[in-house]
Design a protein around this ligand. Structure first.
Ligand code: FES
Ligand code: FES
Length: 171
């Protein structure tokens, strides 16, 4: 047996989408693989696996992280939200609704990462400027949309969250 990789698995407990999940994992297991392969949450996509494309973004204790750049053991005791955790009781959350309304996706491959980034941006700043949204999306590679509609979607999600969109429609 290769001594270098002979490291004992480690028990972890992570709250994922509000549910406490326990597992015993290899110390080298990436959070992205823990979510997809151990928990079956395949909504988190993997593109580059080298912390560049951002499609694997999830919220870790409320902050967006590239889950291919975090070890599962580093999430022990933390709270993780994946794209599967956005909708509640079958209702789209405002970020998802805004991506749908503003056509913020084409092939959809980057969409889980884009939506989790959006959720993170809006948690930190409920009314981001266009420049702030563009800056926050800097780590996301989308090969289809040209970003325009993603930016519109994030800003529309902010409106939905503040109730402004409904107020406008009702006026
Ligand atoms: S798969 Fe994680 S950043 Fe590309
Ligand atoms: S929608 Fe296709 S990569 Fe972004």
């Amino acid at each position: 047996m290769d001594q270098a990789t002979d490291v004992a698995p480690i028990p972890i407990a992570v709250t994922v989408n509000g549910q406490l999940r326990r597992a015993t994992v290899e110390p080298r297991l990436l959070l992205a693989h823990f979510l997809r392969d151990t928990l079956g949450l395949t909504g988190t996509h993997i593109g580059c696996n080298t912390a560049q494309c951002g499609v694997c973004t999830v919220l870790l204790d409320g902050r967006p992280v590239k889950s291919c750049n975090v070890l599962a053991v580093q999430a022990d005791g933390a709270s993780v939200v994946t794209v599967e955790g956005l909708a509640r009781d079958g209702e789209l959350n405002p970020v998802q609704e805004a991506f749908w309304a503003k056509h913020g996706l084409q092939c959809g491959f980057c969409t889980p990462g884009a939506q989790m980034l959006a959720a993170g941006i809006l948690a930190e700043d409920p009314h981001p400027t266009e420049a702030a949204v563009r800056e926050a999306l800097d780590g996301l590679y989308c090969r289809c949309t040209g970003y325009e509609n993603i930016v519109r979607a994030v800003r529309y999600a902010a409106e939905l969250m503040s109730g402004a969109a409904e107020a406008k429609e009702g006026a």
